[in-house]
Design a protein. Structure first.
Length: 438
């Protein structure tokens, strides 16, 4: 974030060119910041003192910090503080900037101050950008009089860092009433409050594929259903976190299944936050307005249900996994098969879930709550009506507390929250089949 924004400023001021910036950004992640460079940049020592210590290092088998303390150039506390910052992305960029260009370390503070003033950041916001502290800088980019807009933007960025990449930067939030797009994944949360959270691209499928590849670890040559599926699950995770926050304010919010569109237009009041993922632009759409129309025709992105079964259960507890997200099914399948369970079937919606349960009679069935056709609650109602001894674990997004309580009343024994905590998933499911896990 810092490197891209500060680097862009340096290009605009003709201090470096775009080709140089691209090279610096590529190399910055591979460099380890030198302690001397950091000490000069922070005004603790002069460039001359750093050169003298570096010269001694070439003759003596000692670290820079040890020599600096011996000579009185730095205190032990200062060295410790510098070591703690050595992995800092912003310091790596400054180091490579000084090493590979004509920019002097002593000029950095001046350039940073010009950058801060030009962009309108206060000192705390600039430090937050340097430290990649989303909570500290999000208000500088996503200020809105509408409630929850900044919170949603912040959650999206935190999840990008967690699941996609830390190599991104953002531009400022802008109000919109119409947004054309090539690709769109969007989710509506409604009830005591209405929220739309979507990701869209006006530049083809590259940004969507980039996100999906980083989320799943697979490669995609085109917008196959798995790409939309991964981006949709990303949005679903954000929606869950936001509805949890709203639930703490005693609001009841229902999360609808994600929907997907191509080559249409969003109509309705909202906000766009541009996000650049290694230069690939993807835009976050946020609306707190009920009157939003995402498009006329939805795209069917149903991910093929995996029909491959374990080669016999061999006495292992059997599981049927039900989720409209192929990526979520894959995560659960891989986790459970590695830990003593046999996956004997999958389903992508509530209607399929009921039919598969009747056919296979698994020891456990997991049911995602938010699904098309028939949601997890209705599927649970059918399954418990058919077999009141069924062992059911509900899969929920954070924030679906009312749905969890309803499912427990209907007979579900466990619930598991997305994103999955592997240890918790195994603990909960193993507790349902203790006799078969011994």
């Amino acid at each position: 974030m810092f490197a891209e924004l500060f680097g862009r400023h340096l290009v605009e001021e003709n201090i470096i060119d775009q080709t140089t910036l691209d090279k610096l950004l590529k190399e910055a992640g591979e460099r380890r910041v030198k302690l001397g460079m950091m000490a000069v940049a922070e005004g603790l020592i002069t460039s001359k003192q750093a050169d003298e210590i570096n010269h001694r290092q070439q003759k003596e088998d000692k670290r820079f910090g040890d020599i600096a303390v011996e000579t009185g150039a730095l205190t032990e506390a200062q060295v410790d503080a510098l070591l703690a910052k050595q992995g800092s992305p912003h310091m790596r960029f400054i180091q490579i900037l000084v090493d590979e260009t004509s920019v002097e370390a002593t000029d950095i503070d001046g350039y940073l101050e010009d950058f801060r003033k030009k962009e309108g950041f206060d000192a705390a916001e600039l430090e937050a950008i340097k430290e990649e502290n989303v909570g500290g800088y999000i208000s500088a980019f996503a200020t809105s009089s509408q409630p929850y807009v900044s919170n949603i933007a912040g959650q999206v960025l935190r999840n990008i860092i967690r699941f996609v990449t830390s190599d991104f930067y953002i531009d400022r939030l802008k109000r919109v009433s119409e947004v054309p797009y090539e690709t769109l994944a969007i989710q509506h949360c409604s009830g005591d409050h209405s929220l739309y959270i979507g990701l869209l691209s006006e530049q083809g499928d590259e940004a969507f594929r980039y996100m999906a590849e980083h989320i799943t670890g697979d490669s995609y040559d085109s917008l196959v259903p798995e790409v939309y599926d991964a981006v949709g699950e990303f949005i679903n995770g954000v929606s869950g976190l936001i509805t949890t926050e709203l639930a703490s304010e005693r609001m009841v919010i229902e999360i609808a299944p994600q929907t997907f569109y191509e080559k249409q237009m969003i109509q309705g009041r909202g906000y766009i936050l541009p996000i650049y993922l290694e230069g690939k632009l993807i835009e976050l759409f946020i609306s707190v307005d009920n009157e939003v129309k995402a498009g006329d025709t939805q795209k069917d992105i149903r991910v093929k249900v995996n029909t491959e079964k374990s080669a016999g259960s061999d006495g292992k507890p059997t599981v049927v996994i039900v989720d409209d997200s192929g990526w979520s099914r894959t995560i659960l399948r891989n986790l459970l098969e590695k830990n003593g369970f046999a996956i004997i079937g999958e389903a992508g919606d509530g209607e399929e879930a009921f039919e598969v349960y009747k056919k296979l009679s698994p020891d456990i069935i997991t049911l995602d709550i938010t699904m098309p056709k028939l949601d997890g609650i209705e599927a649970l109602r059918l399954i418990m009506g058919y077999d009141n001894n069924a062992k059911v674990a509900m899969i929920t997004s954070a924030g679906q507390r009312s749905k969890v309580l309803e499912s427990l009343k209907l007979g579900a024994e466990k619930f598991i929250t997305k994103p999955f905590d592997p240890a918790l998933v195994l603990t909960e499911l193993k507790s349902l089949v203790k006799d078969k896990m011994e």
